[in-house]
Structures are given as structure tokens and as C-alpha cells.
Design a protein around this ligand. Sequence first.
Ligand SMILES: Nc1nc2c(ncn2[C@@H]2O[C@H](COP(=O)(O)OP(=O)(O)OP(=O)(O)O)[C@@H](O)[C@H]2O)c(=O)[nH]1
Ligand SMILES: [Mg+2]
Length: 515
Amino acid sequence: MTSTYETRDAASQQDPRQNPLQDRATRRADALMDEDLAGFDEALGGAGRSNDYDGDQFDRGDRASLRRVSGLSTELQDVTEVEYRQLRLERVVLVGVWTDGTVEEAENSLAELAALAETAGSEVLDGVIQRRDRPDPATYIGSGKARELREIVESTGADTVVCDGELSPGQLIHLEDVVKVKVVDRTALILDIFAQHAKSREGKAQVSLAQMQYMLPRLRGWGASLSRQMGGGGGSSAGGGGGMATRGPGETKIETDRRRIRERMAKLRREIADMKKGRETKRQERRRNQVPSVAIAGYTNAGKSSLLNRLTGAGVLVENSLFATLDPTVRRAETPGGRIYTLADTVGFVRHLPHHLVEAFRSTMEEVGDADLILHVVDGSHPEPESQLAAVREVIVEVDAQNVPEIVVINKADAADPEVLARLLRREPHAIVVSARTGEGMEELLRLIENELPRPAVEVTTLVPYTRGDLVSRVHQDGEVLSEEHTGEGTLLKARVLPDLAAELERYSLAAQAS
Ligand SMILES: Nc1nc2c(ncn2[C@@H]2O[C@H](COP(=O)(O)OP(=O)(O)OP(=O)(O)O)[C@@H](O)[C@H]2O)c(=O)[nH]1
Ligand SMILES: [Mg+2]
């Protein structure tokens, strides 16, 4: 991995705000990486290594710089007419339809869309919100507003319009007909970001699958509008709303594309199922070794990776952009009392997460469903932390994790309004205020985690001879020590342990020795 250093440098130049603490943690983690992972392997019965290695997370700089190179691989290289990559946006205008709620909420939603668009690598030139009872079935914003939008597009020189919602294929086509540039929706944008960020083979496969699912019903739409943009299909605007009904010479091509996409999807599904088996085995291994697992979940940009770094000293990519983390990262951590557990970073959640993506990233989310404890991180300095909490909980329910105990970790205390923090604490009884940046609240959080971890079932009282120091350390790592005393004959231990270890300790049990 000779490139690790260069790429990390690139990443830190990329973000001048990078926190020096973070940098130190990164370096330290780098030095510790091998050692750390070796220890982790042991804890997991040797099952860890390759998949838990997350050093590659550093090369966000690389990923960003590759963004504008055309012809980068996606699974769709040969579906020429409808190349998903053609979505790569540059100069965009945002449009939202505001149906209910307050102006602030509508504006926050558009601000989030702007952050998403920037994360995807585009420049946001303008944003407009249209007040309507419901989106217009034909053009989403209504024909009058669509014409105004066209003027904005012309005067700003935008090449793309991004709508804050999921549009039907028909709406996309009709709106494109009026504004005369590409129109994409929030779903396409999020898929695009995921495509840029996915790193692992499995992650890439999942994103490709989600993209194809999204694209399949829209093939005609993209095909038509792109060929129009490329100067094909002369006299295009004359058709007006006829995009859907007109059958042209592109028909056969689209049919072929559809079939090929379906074949690709079937192949991807098989591949994903195979990869899933591998991950499943690893997780079972962990289960068998009964290492308790904690999952960090939360809205995108809430500070999940920062918290993971804080809690474990690991070097995981932290960035002020949405969806910096896409592939699950599992780390080894230790409670103040010395118990070992795993701490998993997860993909950030976002409002209206496209359904294809929830499906595709179910595997990542399974980490959440399977956890013994969820640290639900929320950005206390965000204008609407409550709605972020609600959005994340919706996904938690979708992945069937609603019964996993949860600690609400209100992060960014250093930047938040104390009144908002107090309000959140009132609403959320099982919450703690921290700052991953300053370290505030970390000790208390570690203690809370320790309290919430499932407690090993068997209580033992043993006198372990000094020659069996190995057993004593295992009790410390895997069990919970209630009392410990060094006597003339050995270590007098009262502890709660798992059944396996209890069996091994049996011969030193005080009850056994007495009888
Ligand atoms: N002020 C302040 N900023 C923080 C704190 N914790 C994290 N941040 C910043 O918030 C941004 C996002 O942090 P990440 O840790 O990447 O967030 P994440 O939840 O992992 O984000 P995704 O992986 O993109 O979903 C970064 O710019 C961090 O430096 C904090 O306690 N205080
Ligand atoms: Mg992250």
C-alpha cells in the first residue's frame, strides 16, 4: 500500500479545515493499523483481516479528482444510448416543490439538496422553490413555473436542473422539453454520489444494481432526451408532450438495452448474494465468539466517522460532505473495564433515501439490525435535528432494527446552541451530549456503552492459579469482572462470563474446590 501516504496527503490538502486532532489520530491509526488488526483478528477468532481493513478510506482526494474524467467504469459501459454517467453534472439549478410545512423546512430541504449536488461535484448556480398543493403531474412544477425556470437556466448558463423529489419518467421528459437541459431528480443525484463513493466490490455492485433499477423504467426518457441533446431526432420540440407516445427508430435499441440491463441485474444479484455469504460467515464467527457489537448510525454528516475515530483512535475518512462513508467499517474497541466489542461505522442516512438504495444497502444496514446497541448520532448544530432523528428512525424500522437498544449521541456540542441541546435532551430520555471534535462527553459515553452492552450470562467465583494468567485476561476481555483479589494461591475472581469460558473455569471454581 505505498500509495496510502500520498493519497492521504491529497485528501488533507483537499479539505483545509481538517482538524489537527484528526490528523494525529490518522497518523496514529496508521502506525497502529497492523497491530490493531492483528489483535482484532485474534478477538474474532482469526476471521477479521481483509474485510475489516479500511485504510483505503483515505483516498477521498483521489476519488474527488477522478470525478470529471469521463469513461470511468460503471457496469453500463456498453449501454451507449443511456449511459448513466451522462448524468455527471456540472452547473446546476435546483428546484423544489413545497407542499406542506414551514418556509424554513422547505428551505432546509433545498439547502440539503444543494449540499448533495455539491457532494456530487457540481456547482450550484441557483435554487427555486415552488409553492403548490401537490407536484404537477405533468411537469412537476407546473407549466408557468417551468417557463420561468427555463429563463433562469438560460441566464445562468446551467446545464442541468435538479428536482428535490422523485419524479416520474413522464415528468422528467416533460420538464426537459420546456427547460431544454437535462433534468434529474434527488434519487438520481444520490445514486450518482453513491456511485462515486462506493469502494468495495460489494458496494460497487450494490450501487450498480440500484442504478439499473432506477434506470430501467426511464430508459425511453433518457434515450429520447439525450439524443435530442446530441442534436438527433430533429425538430424535437415540436413533439411537445409526445415524448412518451412517439415510437421512433430508437425503439429496438431501447428494447435491446432493456434486455441487457435485465441480464446485468440478474448477474449482479447473483454476485451480491455470493459476496453476502462471505460476510455472513464472518458475522457468524463474531457471533460465535460472542463479541458484542455496537453500530454507529445517523444522518449523513452527523459525525459518525469522527465519533468512531474518537472512540477507537482509528483513521476513518472524515469529511464535510455528504456520504463520505459508504462501505461499512468495523473496528475493535474496549470498554473502560477492558471488555472487547466491535464498533461499526455505517452509511449515512438521508431523508427520502431512494428505496432502491435502502434495498441495495440493506447489507450495510444489517450491521445495524444485528448490533447489540445502536449509537444514534445526531448533529446538534443542525437547524432541524429532530427531523434528522425521525428520518433515521424510519430507516431503522425498515431494516428491522427497532428493537435494538439505542443511545442518542447528540454531537457537535461545541458548535450547537445550548438551548437546542437542552430541548433535545428533554425529548430524548436516553441521550448524551458530546463533541467528537473536542472530546467532550467521551468518557461518559464510553461508560454508557459499557452499561448497555449485553451482560455475559454465567456468574462464577474462581481461584485461578498464577500459572493461568491467560484465563484471567480472557475474563477481563470477554467477561465482566465483579471483583478481583490477589491471594497467596492465585487470583480470586468473581465475574460474569459466557458459558464457554465458564466451562473452562469450572476446575478452578471455588464451589468445585470446596467439594
Ligand atoms: N464542530 C464540530 N464538527 C464536527 C464534530 N464531529 C464531526 N464534525 C464535522 O462534521 C463533518 C462530518 O463528519 P463525519 O465524521 O465525516 O460525519 P459522518 O456522519 O461520518 O458523515 P457521512 O459518512 O458522510 O455520512 C466533518 O467536517 C467533521 O469535522 C464536532 O463534534 N463538532
Ligand atoms: Mg462517515
